[in-house]
Design a protein around this ligand. Structure first.
Ligand code: PHE
Ligand code: FE
Length: 290
């Protein structure tokens, strides 16, 4: 997921200077591999017709259906041939600059632990299922691969401008919870959605959330929630367009402008929004009412 909770402050013992650790694939138990297989089978059934073509192609070309938790070395070898990306293990949430530096160098940092069998549906910190099943298939798409590398460089720059909050919203509403409009219809590609049994359906089919066409500046002003299903999803017209807009815009003046504008509350719809679904927000309201 994102970098909200329990960020490691000091380099843990046994980690390299770049904060990576060996995946230690041999240390996974049979139960760990079974958890992966259970999660994989559930999502694999749900995603055709719901996930983006790019995502489904990635799942296929990276051979993620092979039983058991993927071995990062084997996975990186395939990914490297396709788009030059690698997957490296880290001991938890690493500091922002470390995270962005890896990304800017086409290394995707992934947690190496897997959730317990009683946590199949919810967990606070990104595990290997979220990180690998959720994120890595999109990295097999050359355009998305370029987007994430550019985002890494953008992250280092946002740190210098003190504008990480704004840039992080772009990550949240694209990489983690993005929807895309394809010829066949709306599809999910965000890792937080494709790796979630319940949100895969909620994001596309539930009448509660807003679905709004992507506007970069608008997204960078919009709050989000980390504790439950999103109340807004932003819909990009395609990955080329996302890459073009974000790379062609110099964010420095944008950050300065954003600093003068108010944040947009989570579920608010603005007059200038290009709305696909004006959500009922029934789900969030029922939750809030207890
Ligand atoms: N263009 C952005 C900047 O000037 C960098 C960026 C590219 C950010 C792609 C996000 C995604 O900082
Ligand atoms: Fe994530």
């Amino acid at each position: 997921m994102n970098k909200e909770t329990h960020v490691l402050e000091r380099l843990p013992e046994g980690a390299a200077q770049d904060w990576t650790i060996p995946q230690d694939w041999d240390r996974y138990s049979q139960e760990d591999h079974n958890t992966w297989d259970t999660l994989f089978a559930r999502q694999a059934k749900l995603l055709p017709g719901r996930a983006s073509e790019s995502y489904l192609r990635g799942l296929d070309v990276l051979k993620l259906s092979k039983p058991g938790i993927p071995d990062f070395e084997e996975l990186s070898e395939r990914l490297m041939k396709l788009t030059g990306w690698q997957v490296v293990a880290v001991p938890g949430l690493v500091p922002d600059a470390v995270f962005f530096d890896h990304m800017a160098n086409r290394r995707f940092v992934a947690g190496n632990f897997i959730r317990r069998p009683d946590q199949l549906d919810y967990l606070q910190e990104p595990d290997v299922f979220h990180d690998v099943f959720g994120h890595v298939p999109m990295l097999a798409d050359p355009v998305f691969a370029d987007y994430l590398e550019a985002y890494g460089r953008g992250g280092l720059r946002a740190l210098e401008h003190g504008s990480l909050k704004q840039l992080a919203r772009l990550y949240w509403y694209t990489v983690e919870f993005g929807l895309v409009e394809e010829d066949a219809g709306l599809r999910i590609y965000g890792s937080g959605i494709v790796s979630s049994y319940s949100e895969s359906r909620f994001a596309l089919e539930d009448p509660s959330p807003n679905r709004i066409r992507f506007d970069m500046k608008r997204v960078m002003r919009t709050d989000y929630r980390i504790d439950d299903f999103q109340q807004n999803y932003f819909v990009i017209p395609g990955f080329e367009e996302l890459l073009r807009q974000t790379v062609e815009t110099d964010f420095a003046p944008l950050y300065a402008e954003l600093a003068t504008l108010p944040d947009i509350p989570i579920a608010e719809i603005l007059p200038e929004d290009d709305v696909i679904t004006h959500g009922t927000q029934a789900y969030a309201e029922a939750k809030a009412a207890g």
